[in-house]
Design a protein around this ligand. Structure first.
Ligand SMILES: [Zn+2]
Length: 206
């Protein structure tokens, strides 16, 4: 597994970028992770970086993008925030990753048993948390209507998936840069769900 150079990054299409992430997760799940010389990668990335992916994932300690996709130094822009919600700073970071540095895919990665989702479902109000929960709560009324007899854990599962779809849609509707790059086929913007009990990432058709 080579450290990415500008030339190698240029050879990666958005479809290949998706495949690289899927292959990496398959290695992770099968405990076949690539044996990287990280110190060598420190040297090789000391002048510049050319990551192929932007992963927007939760801050949850079990969902580190580099680990679950079996990637090394210089491969992934890892943007982490509770509940993998989208705000202006996240939009700017994703735009930088794709438009300036040349990443080919943006993944909004939610996960099962997410504390931020549970907090949103239970309307937890603490300090600044409401900035996050309010973003997630946008989808709850419609889901409660659609699944009136859902248990709390079932509702959380529905909200988790809908929150991923909202993230993908926010990236496209709120960033003309990302929307245009996606329209031109220069990048892919996709949603995915990480199962904390199995390690499996399921890419979701949003
Ligand atoms: Zn979480």
């Amino acid at each position: 597994m080579k450290t990415l150079t500008k030339e190698l990054q240029n050879q990666i299409s958005p479809d290949l970028a998706l495949k690289l992430l899927k292959d990496g997760n398959l290695r992770f799940v099968n405990n076949l992770k690539v044996n990287r010389n990280l110190l060598q990668q420190v040297n090789e990335t000391s002048e510049s970086q050319h990551p192929f992916a932007v992963v927007i994932s939760c801050m949850d300690s079990r969902t580190s993008a580099e680990l679950i996709f079996d990637q090394g130094l210089g491969d992934v822009f890892s943007i982490r925030i509770a509940g993998n919600v989208i705000n202006e700073d996240i939009l700017g970071s994703a735009e930088f990753g794709c438009k300036v540095v040349g990443a080919k895919i943006v993944v909004v990665l939610g996960h099962t048993s997410c504390g931020a989702i549970k907090g949103a479902v239970n309307d937890v109000d603490l300090g600044h948390l409401h900035f996050i929960t309010h973003k997630i709560q946008r989808c709850i009324p419609q889901l409660k209507k659609k699944y009136p007899s859902a248990s709390e854990s079932d509702l959380c599962a529905h909200v988790t998936k809908e929150n991923i779809a909202l993230g993908v849609s926010d990236l496209k509707s709120r960033s003309s840069i990302l929307e245009e790059m996606s329209y031109k086929g220069e990048i892919k913007i996709v949603g995915a769900l990480y199962d904390i009990t199995s390690g499996v990432v399921e890419f979701i058709d949003t």
